[in-house]
Every structure is written in structure tokens, then in C-alpha cells.
Design a protein around this ligand. Sequence first.
Ligand SMILES: Nc1ncnc2c1ncn2[C@@H]1O[C@H](COP(=O)(O)OP(=O)(O)OP(=O)(O)O)[C@@H](O)[C@H]1O
Ligand SMILES: [Mg+2]
Length: 235
Amino acid sequence: MLLDIKELNVGYGDIQVLWDINLQVKEGQVVALVGANGAGKSTLLKTISGLLKPYNGSIIFQGEDITSMPSKEIVAKGIIQVPEGRRLFPGMTVEENLMMGAFRRKESKNIKPELAKVYKIFPRLKERRQQKTGSLSGGEQQMCAFARGLMGNPKLIIIDEMSLGLAPLIVDDLIDNVKEINRQGTSVLLVEQDVQLALDNSHYGYVLSTGKVQMQGNSLELLRNQEIKEIYLGL
Ligand SMILES: Nc1ncnc2c1ncn2[C@@H]1O[C@H](COP(=O)(O)OP(=O)(O)OP(=O)(O)O)[C@@H](O)[C@H]1O
Ligand SMILES: [Mg+2]
């Protein structure tokens, strides 16, 4: 098991947001975490990356308890997030932003091969390497955020609301990138409000609703589930 979350309870001060969360990501999988606005998806991600301490429960990564580790160490273990809203440095070029993603690596001189690898997946970014990210299109910015995450050589990449505000054709391209990265060996936690998109492109899925895992299963089975069809797919 790559990531194993057990009985996690999380909140902000006295306001509990997540209740008894159990969630697992196996090596090599794309796992979808779906749910409506305010379900608690981003709260769970903040907890995984060490920005928020849970009331109780545990987060095990590659057999090691990372629940109380500082975020920096969690990143160094290989869990990297592509945050909601992309958070690039708009005044810096594409390449400068990508270099920031490699900063955790000790041998930072040795990032040329990483850059080449990332540019191979995102040729658009290579073409635009000297462009300031503030002037990229929304889709290109998402690509850049994604590529910056990959520069850290993650074992698990967590992508929060990748599709937000983007045209369907661009989202299709990005999803192809996710699949390619997964084929190359990186596990993915795909966090989405777009339930169809996430379940169409993952092995396993969790449905979060008002802070609880309401359903889980193979993504194909979840897509066929009547309740999911009615509540989330509007069918
Ligand atoms: N810093 C905070 N302090 C207090 N409450 C918070 C804080 N951040 C989030 N919340 C609350 O926690 C709940 C879950 O929010 P969260 O951002 O995790 O949801 P989400 O599933 O990511 O939603 P969305 O799809 O809109 O991004 C919401 O009710 C939200 O108001
Ligand atoms: Mg969110």
C-alpha cells in the first residue's frame, strides 16, 4: 500500500469537517476523490500534506507514519500536491517556475534530465519556456503547475480541481497527461468536483459527502451506481 489513511478526524478549531476517513492508494493506481463544494476534499489534502493536524487517526505512506511530520519532510518522502488555483509565480518564466519545483532535491544541479522529461510530456511548455506564467492561458497554467509538481519526482501526485474553469478539450489533454504520468509509474490522487471526469479516468474512487466517505469502489462500478447517477451525474 502506498498511502493508507485510517480513521482520520479533522477540523478547524472546534469545527469538525472530516469524520472517520479511511482511504487507500495502491502503488500504480489513479484514485479519484470526488464530492460537491464543501465536502472536505481540500481539507483532506491539507491534512495529507501536513498543513493541518488531525484530531486523531493516522496517515501511513509506504509503511511509515507521516501523520505528525512537517510538510517539508512529507514532500521529501514523495507526496507532492498540485494545488487548487495553480499558485504559480506569475512574474517568473515557465522554466523558472519549473525549477522551483525541483528545489527540494539535494542535487539541484542535476535537474536537466528532469526538465527534459517534463518537456517531453508537455511540449507546449517547452515552446513557452521563456514566457512569464502570468501571460499563459488557463490550460497552460494548469499544465505548468502540474509539470512543476513532477519536477519534484513524486511517488504520489495529488491534483486538486484540475478541471476548474477550463474548456473540455483542454481538460481532455490534461487527463491524457495524467494517464501518461501514471503509465510512467507515478500514482495519482485525482480530486474533482467533476465526478464523471474523475471516475472515467481512475481505477478506484471515493465519494466524499459532508465530511464522510459515503461510497467507494472500482470507478467503473461507481459510474454504474444508481445513486451516483442521480446525485452526481444528473442522469
Ligand atoms: N480555514 C478554515 N477555517 C474554517 N473552516 C474551514 C476552513 N477551510 C475550510 N473550511 C470549511 O471546511 C469545509 C470543507 O471545505 P473544503 O475546502 O475542504 O471543501 P472542498 O470539498 O475542497 O470544496 P470545494 O470543492 O469547494 O473546493 C467547508 O465547510 C469549509 O467552509
Ligand atoms: Mg477544494
